[in-house]
Design a protein around this ligand. Structure first.
Ligand code: ADP
Length: 238
């Protein structure tokens, strides 16, 4: 298996300036492969969210390079970054980020609506809704499609957020502590879903967490400490 879809090379990132500067990443390398579920474990403050923000093109490294399917994104402008984020990346966050005034199906199709050419709108919206129903069906949640976020449980919200992350068939899914707010059972379901989507959608799935029970599902477990990643041979699974 060698199909790198996202590569971080020699990432350096600090916050603040001068004497107040906090060096978070000091030359970090990471390659994500299609179809692989990678978990990064690390204590709070080790730099996990900083790394996800850089990989998700929501922030820029001070130095280093980022490649999507071998193409450097470092020199792209903000519009090109926005298109890459919308078309190639799916995000899942710790706190559910569903829009409260929209229904489940409207939330899931939101990333598809954003990229729509107005002339193609009706047909493309139909396609997006069909895809949303298919994704909901995959999670056995189709009955929730017309409900609003306050009418579903925390675990259901997080799985709806997963559907939304997948609507544009992303090649990379980035998940930041997606089970931080869930009980054990719902957390297990989300781990299972993330693993399944790496397999069925051939997506590169990266999850950062401090929850070690995620490791049993991962193809690869990495540890982050003080902004550096180390591989734990015990954690590597076929
Ligand atoms: P984690 O996700 O592992 O908890 P973070 O990436 O959020 O870690 O933070 C890494 C370090 O960077 C921490 O020491 C944190 O205080 C610091 N940090 C994060 N964001 C900022 C910021 N915007 N300004 C200054 N320091 C920050």
């Amino acid at each position: 298996m060698d199909n790198p879809v996202l590569e971080a090379k020699a990432f350096v990132k600090s916050y603040g300036q001068g004497k107040a500067a906090v060096a978070v990443l000091r030359g970090l390398d990471l390659t994500l492969q299609a179809g692989e579920f990678t978990v990064i474990l690390g204590p709070s403050g080790s730099g996990k969210s900083t790394l996800l923000n850089l990989l998700g093109l929501m922030d820029c490294p001070d130095s280093g390079e980022i490649l999507f399917s071998g193409i450097s994104a470092g020199h792209m402008n903000e519009e090109e970054h926005a298109r890459l984020r919308n078309e190639k990346l799916g995000f899942v966050f710790q706190f559910d980020s569903l829009l409260p005034e929209f229904t489940v199906i409207e939330n899931i199709t939101m990333p598809a609506r954003i990229g729509l050419n107005p002339r193609l709108r009706p047909q493309a919206l139909d396609q997006a809704e069909a895809r949303a129903r298919e994704l909901l069906g995959g999670f056995a949640l189709e009955h929730l499609r017309e409900r609003f976020p306050h009418q579903i449980s925390g675990g259901e919200k997080q799985r709806v957020a997963l559907c939304r992350a997948l609507i544009n068939r992303p090649t990379v899914v980035l998940a930041d502590e997606p089970t931080g707010n869930l009980d054990k059972r719902n957390g297990e379901l989300v781990f299972k879903d993330l693993k399944a989507l790496s397999e069925t959608q051939n997506a590169a799935v990266l999850m950062v967490t401090h929850n070690e029970s995620a490791c049993s599902r991962a193809n690869r477990v990495l540890h982050m400490l003080d902004g550096s990643i180390t591989k734990n041979p015990e954690g590597v699974r076929p």
